[in-house]
Design a protein around this ligand. Sequence first.
Ligand SMILES: [Zn+2]
Length: 223
Amino acid sequence: MNRKKLVIILICIFAALLAGAAGIYFVLNPSAPVLIDGYTPETKIICIDAGHGGSDPGAVNGERQEKDDNLTLALLVAGELEALGYTPLLTRSDDSYLTLGDRCEIANEQNAAYFVSLHRNSASESAKGVEVWISSKKTAAERKLAQKIMDALTEVGVQSERGVKAGTQASTESDYSVNKNTKMPSCIIELGFITNGEDNRLLDENMEEYASAIARAIAEVME
Ligand SMILES: [Zn+2]
């Protein structure tokens, strides 16, 4: 056997092993998110998810509750999206409680093009800034969405740009529920720390600018 033949045989064996491994992976993980690098949305529906609500206040700082900040911002983002010609789909438009599963179901059933969840962070008083979370598996389309949003928010002005992060705080292999269980590209925006006075001041003073920045960033990835 000459050297060329041997190389071809080795390549064939490698390709067969790879195909087998991929097959086993999808059989064992039927709900594993699909890689959506060349993602083309089929609808103009954008799901905006105001985190927490009802009996779940989210993070709290004195009288201030995360669920209220999330809702105020979500309503503003929805208005901005509508003005740009998109169809906003709110998981909640009042102070009601929804499970994480409910939120994903709303987006999946309506075949939303993107899912953007709004939250506020919480930690010690010194922690500050904005971060955006994407899943560990749905790659390019999500990274683009999240980075556009991060850049747009930074342009408005943030204390610290904490960046786009994949996975969860605990592990880059695991995912937050709404990122894991939505079919479309999704991200979670942590718009500053509710535990940081300056982050709260920035949010209060720039609420409309932040909402408009988020909507414009989403519109840009939809183009
Ligand atoms: Zn939250």
